[in-house]
Each structure stands twice: as C-alpha cells, then as structure tokens.
Design a protein. Structure first.
Length: 290
C-alpha cells in the first residue's frame, strides 16, 4: 500500500465531547495536511477511498464523525443535543486542532463536503488554514432551486423533518438516502437555514454571536456539478457571499466531460469518480508550495 492508516484517534472538543476520527499518514515526504469536513449526516468512512488517494500522493489526512453521527454518537440519537452550529463551533474547531497536532509544522487545507465547507467560519482556528476546497457546498436555499426540486425539498424540509422529529424524536433522513439519522436539533436548524438566505447567516445575531466568516481571506475553490439541484450555481454564490473577503474561485463540473453518468451532490467522493480527484490534488499542490 502506498499509504499507512496510522490509527484511529479520539478528537477532544472544547466542551469535553469526544469525536471518532481516522488519521491517514503518507509514506515519504509530507506535502501538506488535509481535513475532510463531512456533509450532513455522512460518516467518515464514506471518504476513505478519497483519503487514501490523498495519502498516496503525500498528504496527511484526518477524517471524523460529527457528534451524533456514526461512531461519534453517544447514547440515543433521539436524546442527542447536537446542532449544526455545534458541528462548526466545537467539532470542526477540534478537528482542525487535531490535524495541526498530528501534522505539526505543515500547511493545512480543508476539503469541505456540503456542510463541511459551509460551517468553517464558525471555527475560531479556521484562520490557520492555508486553503479550502469545497465540494457541493452551498446555502441550499430552497427558493433558489428549480420548481420541481423545490417541491420535493419543501416536502423533506418542511413536512418530513417536523413530522419525523415529532414521531420519532429524531429525523430518519436515511429513509431519503441522506446519510445517518439526524438529531432533531440538527435537522431543525438545517431546515431553518435552508428556508432562509445565506444559510448560517440567518443565525447571525441570534444563536450565533461570534463568527469568522468575514475574516477568512484564504484561497478557496468551490466545486459543484450541473446535476446537483441542491448546490446549484445560485446557492453556491449565496454561500460564498457569507465570506466576502475570501479569495474564491468556482468550478462547475459536467459529468459527461469526465466520462461519468452523474456527479450530483455526493458522487465526487465515489471511487468511480476518481478521475475528478486530480482536480483537488492539483489545488492542494498549488497551495502547498512555499
């Protein structure tokens, strides 16, 4: 194997919560260190093949499960108090700190998938990152979707989420092929932010008193796909506007140009989409140079 799965580690958050994480350590010279920020309800194992690819090309990688998800679920999901906000302010902040501790004296990059890129401005140590590569990361604003997509999204967000939370005490998002069951406060906040404009921006001055979005000046590439109805161009721009000082670039992928049937919201990280991974590697190499 051209990489070494160094070990499973525990990431300790500021509030003493413990997250399950995996560190991938490359052989040879370390070119940089990357944190993979997971999408809403997605376990870290989903990103293993991609993490192996990065490690095989000289990059240390840390993947983790947000609180309430996968092996970071403590207790019953219906009793869990996790929120999207805590995923950014506590979990992602702790994951960045763990990345730096695992790979000291390196350069640091976030690869954010959906929520993993949306929440970065909530982490107080986000300013230590050298670059960000976002995939399918957008505001997810319902009103920016095409009418047919609005209908199904409104049903999921505004009918199913409240109903599931009331009936089960959590959101059974797995019924819609959307990852793990979600703690009710996560899905409640998700619903609120997607019904507004600017996603997390809707909570500024309400539940969020301090954030770092306007302080982010790092180079960032926002990648979406033409067949992703959630992270469409309008919603990507809407999310980018929350960090107006970021050195942002955009790239919209067309599956056919890469010999793929689909990319959508999730398939960038599929082993079948490995042809796309060079885009990320090229970005990392460019922003790992002294």
């Amino acid at each position: 194997m051209p990489y070494i799965v160094c070990r499973e580690i525990t990431v300790h958050c500021e509030d003493k919560y413990r997250l399950s994480a995996t560190v991938f350590l490359p052989k040879g010279t370390l070119r940089g260190a990357t944190l993979i920020g997971p999408a809403t309800g997605i376990k870290r194992q989903f990103y293993t093949a991609f993490a192996e690819f990065l490690a095989a090309n000289g990059y240390g990688v840390l993947t983790y499960d947000n609180r309430g998800i996968g092996q970071s679920l403590q207790g019953n999901v219906s009793d869990h108090d996790a929120t999207l906000q805590s995923w950014g302010q506590l979990d992602q902040q702790a994951a960045i700190a763990a990345l730096i501790a695992e790979f000291p004296d390196s350069n640091y990059h976030l690869i954010g998938h959906s929520a993993g890129g949306q929440l970065i401005g909530l982490a107080s140590n986000a300013l230590k990152l050298n670059s960000m590569f976002n995939v399918a990361s957008s505001s997810g604003r319902l009103l920016n979707m095409k009418l047919r997509d609005q209908v199904k999204s409104h049903f999921f967000m505004n009918v199913f989420i409240p109903f599931s939370n009331l009936l089960f005490g959590h959101t059974k998002s797995q019924w819609f092929g959307m990852g793990e069951p979600l703690p009710s406060a996560v899905s409640k906040q998700w619903r609120s932010w997607c019904n507004g404009k600017g996603y997390v921006k809707t909570a500024f001055g309400k539940t969020i008193d301090k954030h770092y979005f306007s302080e982010l000046t790092l180079p960032a590439l926002w990648v979406n796909a033409v067949d992703d109805f959630i992270a469409n161009d309008k919603n990507v721009r809407d999310m980018m506007s929350v960090s107006p000082n970021m050195k942002a670039e955009t790239l919209t992928l067309k599956p056919k140009e890469f010999g793929l049937k689909e990319i959508g919201h999730m398939k960038f990280f599929s082993r079948r989409s490995e042809v796309l991974w060079q885009i990320c590697l090229d970005w990392l190499v460019k922003h790992s140079e002294p």
